[in-house]
Design a protein around this ligand. Structure first.
Ligand code: 5AD
Ligand code: SF4
Length: 491
């Protein structure tokens, strides 16, 4: 028998992630790759041998944050030239060499399609003593297949013995089902930095999910920029869609909840809504960004639907899936948005009664159609005011729509101790009693008194109070059950 391999020398990795859930997943996969090469995570950049930034380009603010972090880290690198610095993700693909011009102390620049090579690139930078740049092809820089090939997936790299996913609890995991985006909304940089839309093969997705469930994951969130446009052509005449995937994943023993984000309104098909209605593990929650409530703005955004079509979709959703919660994204202050067109977004929020909305001020992105063709003509203070007004409208709706939950029993998938309770448990009361948090099937946050052992389980909780963003309750025991009636229905 050969001797066991000597332990790899420990290297310390610090990683900072900005942006969407896709980035959180990408970082997790990079960490997993580097861990298998002997890296250990640290929360302190001062202790790290390798410092990585996984970046976002959707708005200018996200980029500014990274450039200022790179500015701060320059001094650290001066004192410790051995430290490796990497810029990963969307900004790396968008700015490419410019990053090295602005921050010559960076060792690795790797776009979202190149993350499987991070460890090799870090090594090459050390060996060759010069920065490494790895990006995918621009969408018009080659034949379709060449461009697609330049964005290889690295999802299967999440090894069988992977520890807790970063940024989530041990019971929750993201699984990518789709890369890239083909919608080309005029304001959006994503189709150029994340490349063409590609669905992953269902077999690989189910295998990855099975492995995660085997490791104790109870809730899986499927990720795609337009997740409900997912399709995979098997090459033998069969095509798999998101509803097929949900049905296949639903069969996994041990899995308790399935979610998927983000949806594109025009692809919200009946088969998908029926799957959400009929599969008990499917979360009754749909994130379907509207972006604006004004046809003229939607047209300039090239969102491909009208307000009427969005309203029709909302009606179909509510009719098909009773009790469903819908959330949305809005951009305020897009090019040419008048007070009147903004007012139509307010009206859309009012009549749609979203569970919540993420509201963003338009941020022009170089390389997008909107930036080429339209003036960014809404002043910053007007954008800020509209952002505040729309948020206030949405918050009032959140509070009103949470109120009917008081007195109801809801089924909560427990995530862990609430922020107030802290991670370590020093402040737990006798018997480990502490404040726990979880979510209902319609994605409402619930805070209740419980204990850490409940994490990863489904529990009935009676709601006693609500705020705009949270339901507060206590665990329902047989003695404390509310009298049966419509208010006791599980939500
Ligand atoms: N400016 C502001 N918000 C944007 N989004 C995408 N691109 C931009 C931009 N250029 C928003 C959209 C999208 C969310 C993820 O980010 O609302 O749904
Ligand atoms: Fe961007 Fe539109 Fe694609 Fe969403 S659907 S990622 S907003 S281009």
């Amino acid at each position: 028998m050969s001797d066991p391999a000597p332990p790899l020398p420990s290297k310390k990795l610090y990683i900072e992630t900005v942006g969407c859930q896709m980035n959180v997943l990408d970082s997790e996969l990079v960490v997993s790759q580097l861990r298998s090469e002997g890296y250990e995570l640290t929360d302190d950049p001062g202790q790290a041998d390798t410092i990585l930034y996984n970046t976002c380009s959707v708005r200018q603010h996200a980029e500014d944050k990274i450039y200022s972090a790179l500015g701060r880290i320059k001094h650290l690198k001066r004192g410790r030239p051995d430290v490796s610095i990497g810029v990963l993700g969307c900004m790396a693909q968008k700015d490419q060499k410019q990053i090295l011009h602005r921050a010559p102390h960076v060792d690795v620049v790797a776009g979202p399609g190149q993350l499987g090579r991070v460890s090799e690139l870090l090594e090459a930078a050390k060996r060759e003593g010069r920065p490494q740049l790895a990006v995918s092809l621009a969408r018009n820089a080659g034949k379709t297949l060449e461009v697609l090939d330049s964005f290889p997936t690295f999802d299967p790299d999440r090894g069988p013995a992977e520890p807790t996913p970063r940024g989530a609890t041990p019971f929750q995991a993201f699984v990518r089902i789709q890369m890239g985006c083909d919608k080309f909304c005029t304001y959006c940089i994503v189709p150029s930095v994340r490349g063409p839309e590609q669905g992953r093969p269902p077999g690989l997705i189910v295998e990855e999910a099975r492995r995660l469930v085997g490791q104790g994951v109870r809730e899986i969130t499927l990720l795609g920029q337009t997740v409900n446009s997912y399709k995979y052509n098997h090459g033998d005449g069969r095509t798999s869609r998101l509803s097929d995937l949900l049905a296949a994943l639903h069969d996994l023993d041990g899995l308790l909840r399935l979610k998927f984000v983000t949806n594109f309104p025009l692809d919200m098909t009946d088969d998908l809504l029926q799957a959400v209605r009929d599969l008990p593990k499917a979360s009754r929650y749909l994130h379907v960004p509207a972006q604006s409530g004004c046809d003229a703005v939607l047209k300039r955004m090239k969102r491909l639907y009208t307000v009427d079509q969005y309203d029709e979709m909302m009606a179909r959703i509510r009719e098909t899936v009773p009790g469903v919660a819908v959330s949305s994204d809005f951009i305020v202050g897009f090019c040419g948005e008048t007070e009147e067109s903004f007012g139509k977004s307010v009206e859309l929020v009012r009549r749609s009664r979203f569970k919540n909305s993420f509201i963003f001020k338009y941020s022009p992105r170089a390389g997008t159609k909107a930036d080429d063709r339209f003036d960014d003509d809404v002043p910053e203070e007007v954008k800020r005011r509209r952002n505040g007004l729309l948020l206030a409208e949405q918050t009032a709706i959140c509070r009103e729509d949470n109120l009917p939950f008081v007195g109801r029993a809801v089924e909560v998938l427990v995530e862990g101790p609430s922020k107030a309770a802290g991670r370590q448990g020093e402040s737990d009361g006798p018997g480990g009693v502490t404040q726990m948090t979880g979510r209902t099937t319609c994605d409402r946050i619930v805070v209740f008194t419980g204990n850490r052992r409940q994490a990863g389980h489904l529990l009935p909780v009676v709601v006693e109070d609500v705020s705009a963003v949270t339901l507060f309750g206590r665990v329902l025991t047989t003695e404390s059950a509310p009298s049966p009636g419509p208010e006791a229905a599980l939500s």
